[in-house]
Design a protein around this ligand. Structure first.
Ligand SMILES: *Cc1c(COP(=O)(O)O)cnc(C)c1O
Length: 461
C-alpha cells in the first residue's frame, strides 16, 4: 500500500445507546404508502427503515447535551439556561441580543411582522418555504436574486448560494430602497441543494446594501455547514477555524433567524438574534404574545441548555467534517452509479434530479413526489419531495408554481446513521433508477391551503 494513499476518516464519536429500527416487507410498505396518500410526510415513522425525510430535529444529542438536560432550570422567568444560551450566541455568532423561539419559523414570523410593510419586496438567495410564507403573510413579496447557476443542477459552481449583485441592484433601483426592508441571506441554501454562499460574495452584498442603507437578515440554520465549505473551497480561508468563519459571516449581517433543529444539534428550538436595540425591544415584546416570556420563548429550560451546548459542538471541526463527509460519501456513491443528482453535493443531503430520472413524467404528474414514493416502496427509505408540490401555488393566479428544479431530497440526520446505512440507501436508489420507466405519476386528491407538501394526498395516475 502506498505511503501517500489518502487515509479514511471516521466519525469523531462512539455509540453509547441504540434505537432499533423496523424492517418491513414490500406488502407492508405498499399498504403504508397507500394509507399515507403517497405523501412521505404522512407515513408513520414506525413504518420507515432509514429515515431521510429531514435533518430537522432528528440529530442525536451528545452525552454532554443529555447531561445538560438534567441541569434544566424550569423557572418561568430568568432561567439560568437562557443566560447560557445567550452567552453561546454572543460567543459563537456575535449577535448582541437573542429572543428564544420554539423553532425557526416563529423567529421568521416575528422578524417579518416587525420589518415588512404591505407592498414591500424582500430579495433573497432562493426562497425557503416557511421564510417566504411569513414574508407574504406580512404583506411582502419575495424576489429571488440568487445566481443563475443555483437553478442548474449540472453546474459545479462551488458557491451556488451566491447573490447575483446585478439582479439585486436592479431590484433596488426599480422598486426603491425604501420598499426593501432587508435582504434575506441563507447559509446554506436548502432549496438549491444545501449549497453555500462565499464570504467574498457576502462582503460584496454588504457593500452594496450599505450604499442603500438596507439591512441584511441571516437565515443561519446551517451556518456551520456553510463555514465548512468556505474553509474547504474559498481561497484565503483554509487556515481559518470554523468558529472564526462563522463569526465573520454573522458580522456581515444585522439580524438572524435560527432553526436550531438543524446545525445546532437539538430536537427542538430556535431564536431570533438582532443587533439593533429598538428592534430587540419590539421583538422581545412580540414574543410574549406568540411564544412565551422573552427568557424562554416556547422552550423548556433544559432545551435551552442542550442548545447552548449544541451550538459549541456544531462548530467543532472534526464534527462538521464528518457530518458533511457522510453526505458527500452518499452523493459520490450515487454519482458513481450514474444516478442524476444535484452537483456539487450539498451539506445536509443528496438531491436526486427527478426530471432526469423520470423523463416520461411532465411536471404536472409530480415526478419528485412519485420518485419519493417509489424509493419508500423499494426499501423503506423515506425521502422528501422538493419540486412542484413544495413550490405551492401563485397566490394571485392560483396556478401551480413550476420550479426549475424537481428534486427528491435524501436528508441525512446528524450523528444518527452509519456508512453501512448510506450503502443500503444508495443501492435502493440505484434499483429504483434502473426500473424508473415503470414509475407512474401522481395527482392531487387533497390539497391544503398553506405549505401543501406537508399534508397533501395523492393518487396514482
Ligand atoms: C428548517 C428551516 C427553517 C424553518 O425552521 P423550523 O425550525 O422548521 O421552523 C427556515 N429556514 C431554513 C433554511 C430551514 O431549513
Amino acid at each position: 500500500m502506498s505511503k501517500h494513499k489518502k487515509r479514511s476518516w471516521a466519525e469523531p464519536y462512539k455509540i453509547k445507546m441504540v434505537e432499533p429500527v423496523k424492517m418491513t416487507t414490500r406488502e407492508e410498505r405498499q399498504k403504508a404508502i397507500e394509507e399515507a396518500g403517497f405523501n412521505t410526510f404522512l407515513l408513520r415513522s414506525e413504518e420507515v427503515y432509514i429515515d431521510l425525510l429531514t435533518d430537522s430535529g432528528t440529530s442525536a444529542m451528545s452525552d454532554r447535551q443529555w447531561a445538560g438536560m438534567m441541569m434544566g432550570d424550569e423557572a418561568y422567568a430568568g432561567s439560568r439556561n437562557f443566560y447560557h444560551l445567550e452567552d453561546a450566541v454572543r460567543k459563537y455568532y456575535g449577535y448582541k441580543h437573542i429572543v428564544p423561539t420554539h423553532q425557526g419559523r416563529a423567529a421568521e414570523h416575528i422578524i417579518s411582522q416587525l420589518m415588512i410593510k404591505e407592498g414591500d419586496f424582500i430579495p433573497g438567495n432562493m426562497y425557503f418555504t416557511t421564510t417566504k410564507l411569513h414574508q407574504e403573510l406580512a404583506g411582502g413579496t419575495f424576489v429571488d436574486v440568487i445566481i443563475d447557476e443555483a437553478h442548474d443542477p449540472e453546474s459545479e459552481h462551488p458557491f451556488k448560494a451566491d447573490i447575483d449583485l446585478n439582479k439585486l441592484e436592479e431590484l433596488i433601483k426599480e422598486k426603491g430602497a425604501d420598499r426593501i426592508p432587508y435582504v434575506s441571506i441563507a447559509t446554506t441554501v436548502n432549496m438549491a441543494g444545501g449549497q453555500p454562499i462565499s464570504l467574498s460574495n457576502l462582503k460584496e452584498v454588504r457593500k452594496l446594501t450599505e450604499k442603500y442603507d438596507i439591512p441584511i437578515v441571516h437565515d443561519m440554520t446551517r451556518v456551520a455547514e456553510n463555514a465548512y465549505f468556505i474553509k474547504d473551497r474559498e481561497p484565503g480561508y483554509a487556515d481559518k477555524s470554523i468558529p472564526e468563519i462563522v463569526k465573520e459571516i454573522c458580522s456581515l449581517t444585522d439580524a438572524a433567524t435560527m432553526s436550531s433543529k438543524k446545525d445546532a444539534l437539538v430536537n427542538i428550538g430556535g431564536f431570533l438574534a438582532v443587533n439593533d436595540e429598538e428592534l430587540f425591544d419590539k421583538a422581545r415584546n412580540m414574543v410574549v404574545i406568540y411564544e412565551g416570556l422573552h427568557t424562554y420563548g416556547g422552550m423548556a429550560g433544559r432545551d435551552m441548555e442542550a442548545l447552548a451546548i449544541g451550538i459549541s459542538e456544531s462548530v467543532d471541526y472534526d464534527h462538521i467534517r464528518a457530518r458533511v463527509g457522510q453526505v458527500i460519501y452518499l452523493g459520490e456513491k450515487l454519482i458513481q452509479m450514474g444516478v442524476p443528482v444535484v452537483k456539487p453535493i450539498g451539506s445536509h443531503g443528496v438531491f436526486l434530479d427527478a426530471k432526469k430520472i423520470l423523463p416520461h413524467l411532465s411536471q404536472d404528474q409530480l415526478p419528485a413526489q412519485s420518485l419519493a414514493s417509489a424509493i419508500y416502496l423499494d426499501s423503506g427509505v423515506r425521502s422528501m419531495e422538493r419540486g412542484v408540490v413544495s413550490a405551492g401555488r401563485n397566490p394571485e393566479t392560483g396556478e401551480h408554481n413550476y420550479p426549475k428544479l424537481e428534486l427528491v431530497r435524501l436528508t441525512i440526520p446528524r450523528r444518527v446513521y452509519t456508512q453501512a446505512h448510506m450503502d443500503v440507501v444508495a443501492e435502493s436508489v440505484e434499483a429504483v433508477y434502473e426500473n424508473a420507466k415503470d414509475i407512474k405519476g401522481l395527482k392531487f386528491v387533497y390539497e391544503p391551503e398553506y405549505l401543501r407538501f406537508f399534508q397533501s394526498r395523492f393518487e396514482v395516475l
